[in-house]
Design a protein around this ligand. Structure first.
Ligand code: CMP
Length: 148
């Protein structure tokens, strides 16, 4: 079982796409284990995307991520990280496969609707960036049989 951090970005929240994004993940059998709406400060967006701080798009990206509310969630399932990334599609909507969230809804490489952790290492940093332990459903409440 893997957990991954997903963000419905400000462009998608503003366009009323929260439900559609969550629906697609749930329809593929991923379980929502944590969910919240947050408005990031610019410094918080910079902290989240620190791996990209040397990139030319860093300032624009972090200002965009702080421009309005996001919806952050923890999704859980077998191979959740890869499955979420498949459902999102490539970062650039012009490269994203047919039927993916970014192909269907993204308006640019920056305003690309959704973020998902790209590795277990990223997920281990990104999940606690948004959620404390009490805010994530425990295994027995989250699609797993409790140990007897
Ligand atoms: P995300 O999956 O959240 O990871 C980093 C984000 O940076 C990415 O989605 C895009 O929103 C943004 N991004 C990546 N590449 C570029 C680029 N070339 N120009 C602008 N924004 C980018």
């Amino acid at each position: 079982m893997e957990q991954t951090l997903v963000i419905v970005k400000p462009d998608a929240v503003a366009r009323g796409l929260i439900g559609e994004v969550i629906r697609r993940f749930e329809a593929e059998g991923l379980t929502v284990c944590g969910l919240k709406m947050v408005r990031l400060a610019h410094t918080e967006a910079e902290g989240f995307y620190q791996v990209h701080r040397a990139r030319p798009f860093f300032d624009s990206l972090t200002r965009f991520m702080a421009s309005g509310p996001c919806v952050a969630m923890v999704l859980k399932g077998e191979g959740a990280i890869g499955r979420v990334r498949t459902l999102m599609g490539a970062t650039d909507p012009l490269q994203a496969a047919e039927g993916t969230l970014r192909r269907n809804f993204a308006t640019s490489i920056e305003k690309n609707v959704v973020h998902g952790s790209d590795s277990t290492t990223s997920a281990a940093f990104e999940i606690p960036y948004f959620f404390n332990q009490l805010e994530i459903r425990q295994p027995a409440e989250c699609g797993e049989t409790p140990a007897m």
